[in-house]
Write a protein that binds this ligand. Structure first.
Ligand code: GRF
Length: 228
């Protein structure tokens, strides 16, 4: 079976891109990163270059408007014929038109247990609310911000004394594992996406998958879909 093709969009550090690049070289990953594209000068692009993966800076500040930027971005993405387009720290809200063009192929990783805390500053907001469990989600991108169907989540207990920074630092490696696990089950075809919804076999995915502490991706019935 051929590897699924991933284009990763990012705006900064690119640690999630780094995790995908690393995981994609492991046996059985089932996917490869075929290009990384940033909307501003981003350290993460070097990670792709370091592995011989094409890395493109499409600087938003060089375009007169969003439509021009998105048109160039769409052209670059389509040139790669990707199966999945992964937003990994891509700090731009995409237009409805753009999202529709790549419907069912756009995934995002978000540092909260959606639908809680869409948008920015998720760790600080979680701490301010005094909640005890935080986490991250991988979801389909729809025109509304951080609101698309969630495929899988990873949970993280908040500890006394946690700060936004300590929480972010503990969550990050769990995000990496979550994102890689999601790309693996999608690339293997164990989870499918159609008309804006996930399914497993003939069953709609009506409860999110969970990545547990042993890096197993488990469904609501406790079945293990994958072990990283
Ligand atoms: C991650 O926390 C991700 O969940 C969020 O932005 C951050 C990107 O980090 N969307 P990195 O650039 O992948 O290191």
């Amino acid at each position: 079976m051929r590897n699924c093709r991933l284009v990763v969009l990012l705006s900064g550090r690119g640690s999630n891109l780094g995790a995908l690049l690393k995981d994609s070289t492991r046996p059985g990953a089932g996917y490869q990163v075929v290009a990384a594209i940033a909307d501003r000068p981003a350290a993460g692009l070097e990670l792709a270059r370091g592995q011989g993966v094409p890395a493109l800076l499409l600087d938003r500040s060089g375009f007169a408007d969003r439509a021009g930027f998105e048109s160039a971005l769409a052209t670059q993405i389509e040139a790669q014929a990707p199966d999945w387009i992964v937003l990994a720290g891509f700090m731009r809200v995409l237009s409805t038109e753009f999202v529709r063009r790549f419907a069912d192929r756009l995934l995002n990783i978000h540092p909260s247990l959606l639908p809680a805390y869409p948008g920015l500053h998720t760790h600080a907001r979680a701490l301010a609310d005094g909640i005890s469990v935080h986490g991250a989600s991988v979801h389909l991108v729809i025109p509304q911000l951080d609101a698309g169907p969630v495929l899988a989540q990873v949970r993280l207990l908040i500890q006394s004394g946690d700060t936004a920074d300590s929480l972010a630092a503990r969550l990050l490696p769990r995000e990496h594992a979550l994102l890689c696990a999601c790309l693996r089950v999608l690339s293997a075809g164990w989870v499918k996406v159609q008309s804006g919804a996930f399914s497993i076999g003939t069953q709609p995915l009506d409860q999110v998958l969970v990545l547990d502490e042993d890096n197993q991706l488990v469904d609501a019935a406790g079945r293990i879909l994958l072990r990283l």
